[in-house]
Design a protein. Sequence first.
Length: 80
Amino acid sequence: MTIVKRSVSISGHSTSISVEDRFWGGLQAIAARQNVTVARLITQIDAGRNPDGNLSSAIRLFVLEDALARADPAAIPPVE
């Protein structure tokens, strides 16, 4: 999987994020379901993330958590 660097504007300032196409697609799907722009969703993720972490990782975790929440609980292995 290729990681693609994308430029986005968050609260009026430009930054770049590097995420795989599958995560970007997941982010776009979530934004569409929530009827917000991708930039708005990224702004929300940025506002809620741990300041010690990076935005790209926060986006990956956000998309993963969304996928897990929508998945069949029986298909998700327990965390050990």
